[in-house]
Design a protein around this ligand. Sequence first.
Ligand code: HAM
Length: 430
Amino acid sequence: MSKKPAKKVKVQLAGAPKGMHDILPQDQPLWEKVRKATREISDFYNFHRIDTPIVEHIELFERATGQETDIVQKQMFNIASRGNDRLVLRPEGTPGVVRAYIQNGLSHMGQPLKLYYEGPMFRYEQPQAGRFRQFHQIGFEVMGGEDDSLYDIQVMQACYRLIEELKIKNTTLKINTLGCKNCRPVYKKKLQEYYKNKEKDLCVDCKRRLATNPLRLLDCKEEKCVEMKKDAPVILDHLCASCTKSFKGLLEYFEELDIPYLPDHYLVRGLDYYTGVVFEITTEGFDFALGGGGRYNDLVEQMGGRKTSAVGASLGVERLIEVMKAREIGEAIKPKPRVFLIHVGDIARKRSLGIIERLRQANIRVKESLGKDSLKAQFRNADRAGAPLALIFGQKEAFEENIIIRDMVTGAQETVPLAKMAEAIRRRLK
Ligand code: HAM
């Protein structure tokens, strides 16, 4: 008896990890649009590109982003490596840039040094609209130079203009200040006093934060905590003279620009390194922030560098693209081909490769179907591609070193020598 052939077992692949997505070909034009605008805006405002590793030591984020933050406490992707080093996938870009600035002595490159980056970040979050586990950030960081609100404005301006460049309208730039080492402790005390007899009604996280970092209570999204903050004291009433002056200075700089802003006295942000002005950009109809940032004057020193003024911000690329898609803006399509190459027969099919190369050298965008489709199907594809001209290359043409150029609108045809093809196409496309 002959043995039955063993049954092939179909392996069922798990999908991409939760909260992580493929960026499909149809979305690439939008991504490219964002990347192009980022390059142009960064170039214009003199930001230099920097790329840092996607993997860093966990201590970097524990020390910079902050032990008390959700990012460090709940959202790190730890890497099981062979060595004893504790590595993680970076949850945000700023700490890595600060590390690179210190490690490579970048302070010599300029005072201030303006840097930008773009790339994937990882946070173990509960995925929802605009919130993923792998997402991409565009970031701007200004390090060194004077502690001047002018640079806060430049960072906000870079973010705002980039969003504007992408034709995203109806945005709000919310700003606040967290005060300095002198006035922030006074404000924290005021907050603790305010919440003291409300403590039992706070959510678990806020109960814990009340003692360690009461500012974060203002950032809580739990309904009862949101309700409770309505009468909380505001930082503006507790700023020292120097912080009041610098916040006023910031507002004066805004007068120079046509960027609308909205003071939001409860904006505190979820990262521990901010030392003064903080801001976020939102857009109508979406619950999430498109981006945010602030001043972090202590971080470089805290990480082992010299005392260095710094300010920065990041934008979320997936969120920008989600808004662009929802509003049907900037659906940039790949430029249409100028010609569509149709072949008839095997010899012509083989020689089509050489014709495509000639067209590339002449910088003429071509689309082709090199499969074994019928002539009729190829004409249908040519129609769909939207090229104004079709090139028809058959056995006879291959033999005589000619090619037929057909106007896809009028149907008029002309046979030209292959050597003169590019010239003839250009003449017709004019
Ligand atoms: P962040 O507010 O944590 O700040 O993130 C900045 C932006 O990244 C957010 O406004 C959002 O657009 C995007 N983003 C954050 N988490 C997610 C997520 N899970 N899914 C999709 N998008 C997300 C920072 O990361 C700071 N490093 C900003 C900064 C730079 N501050 C000073 N310099």
